[in-house]
Design a protein around this ligand. Structure first.
Ligand code: ZN
Ligand code: ZN
Length: 265
């Protein structure tokens, strides 16, 4: 059959990326690159990392591969990229994020990461819907390793699986231009985990503001166990010698220094 020169030549490549590429916004990153480079195809997590197929002009495919390496999200680490040509599908349109492929697992998950500047700005913006929401996160920050029960890294494989996203969170999760696009722990005060304060016996304290109540207790010399993502921190007011002594006695820690937290230096 004679070649049709009226159509630009399409190339399709299967691309395999290994490294720390799950839970770091990698699929949304690839999705946006594909949009920019006018490529069709798909991307998904699997037990080996991230795999994708891209189809478009050969130069754009080369640019995709180069930019996957040079522009990867800040929390990602690309160890290797392997590509091979596959059959182009002239009818293929659009680029999609597919559900994960399960199977043998040999990839790794990123570490938990401190809140990013964008989330911090939202956290202290009274007009923001996540104002003072302590479990704020996005694809650039938040928990990863400590909430992951199994790989591939999908919400259903994390401790967030029991929290169904509210419509507003779901819209962010589904919006390619949003930094919470496919952010697996995405949550807000309406749909995500809540703070609670318990007495030592485990009875919930009726309070509208667990943080303010906790602060008050610390200032009056109480010891509080704060459950974080990776375990408990026992805290007291470091300026209160009696409280520090009581904590030493309870911990059986006579002279070894404690860690001290300060808001700033
Ligand atoms: Zn963030
Ligand atoms: Zn929500």
């Amino acid at each position: 059959m004679a070649q049709d020169f009226s159509q630009p030549r399409l190339e399709r490549r299967h691309i395999r990326v290994r490294g720390v590429v799950q839970g770091v916004g990698f699929r949304p990153f690839v999705y946006r690159l594909a949009q920019t480079l006018d490529l069709s195809g798909w991307v998904r997590n699997d037990g080996d990392g991230v795999e994708l197929e891209g189809q478009g002009l050969p130069g754009n495919l080369s640019a995709l591969i180069a930019r996957i390496r040079s522009e990867a999200p800040s929390l990602a680490r690309v160890d290797s990229i392997h590509t091979r040509l596959c059959d182009a599908d002239p009818a293929d349109q659009g680029f999609t994020i597919r559900t994960s492929e399960s199977g043998a697992v040999s990839t790794t998950i990123g570490h938990d990461s401190a809140v990013c500047a964008d989330c911090l700005a939202e956290l202290f913006e009274p007009a923001d819907r996540r104002w003072r929401y302590p479990f704020i996160n996005c694809t650039h920050c938040g928990p990863r390793y400590t909430i992951t029960c199994a790989l591939p890294y999908d919400r259903s494989n994390t401790s967030m699986a029991t929290f169904a996203q509210c419509p507003a969170c779901q819209r962010e999760y589904d919006a390619p231009e949003h930094r919470r696009f496919h952010a697996e722990p995405n949550a807000c005060a309406d749909c995500g985990p809540q703070l609670s304060l318990l007495e030592a016996a485990g009875v919930r304290v009726a309070t509208r503001d667990p943080i303010a109540d906790t602060l008050l207790r610390l200032l009056t010399g109480e010891i509080v166990a704060i459950k974080g993502l990776g375990g408990f921190h026992l805290v007291c007011d470091a300026r209160n010698p009696e409280a520090v002594e009581r904590l030493r006695a309870r911990k059986g820690r006579g002279g070894k220094p404690f860690a001290v937290m300060v808001a700033n230096l």
